[in-house]
Design a protein. Structure first.
Length: 126
């Protein structure tokens, strides 16, 4: 129960600080130079993010994202598919997510990763 309460507080904080929140759009292209903090609060969407986002938080499931660049990627939902050209930090509390990236400014050229959920697949592509 404490874990659920803690996650609810984290999710509320993520939504509160977002510059752009997608709550019902099923697809969109977003320019991160306009608003660099993005939150997706629903599922089954398809998004393209141009430029470099400060942070992207996904609270829903079954979303597909194409990201040019993001400093911090947080995935609280399940069964999302994210392809990023560049990502520095990845935090996952959801399960069954697939994340691929080309490059990173993290240590050793890999993102700093924390994955608490199960069956998440993280791969580096060329």
């Amino acid at each position: 129960m404490r874990l659920v309460a803690a996650l609810a507080i984290i999710l509320a904080a993520q939504v509160a600080r977002a510059d752009k929140t997608f709550t019902s759009e099923k697809s969109a292209t977003w320019d991160c130079s306009k608003d660099g903090s993005v939150t997706i609060t629903h599922g089954n969407g398809k998004y393209t993010f141009k430029g470099t986002c400060k942070d992207i938080t996904i609270n829903g499931g079954h979303n597909t994202l194409a990201v040019e660049g993001v400093t911090t990627l947080t995935i609280n939902g399940a069964s999302n598919a994210i392809t990023a050209d560049s990502v520095d930090t990845i935090t996952i509390t959801g399960a069954e997510n697939k994340i691929s990236w080309k490059k990173s400014g993290g240590p050793g050229g890999k993102p700093t990763m924390t994955a608490l959920g199960q069956n998440n697949k993280l791969t580096q592509t060329k």
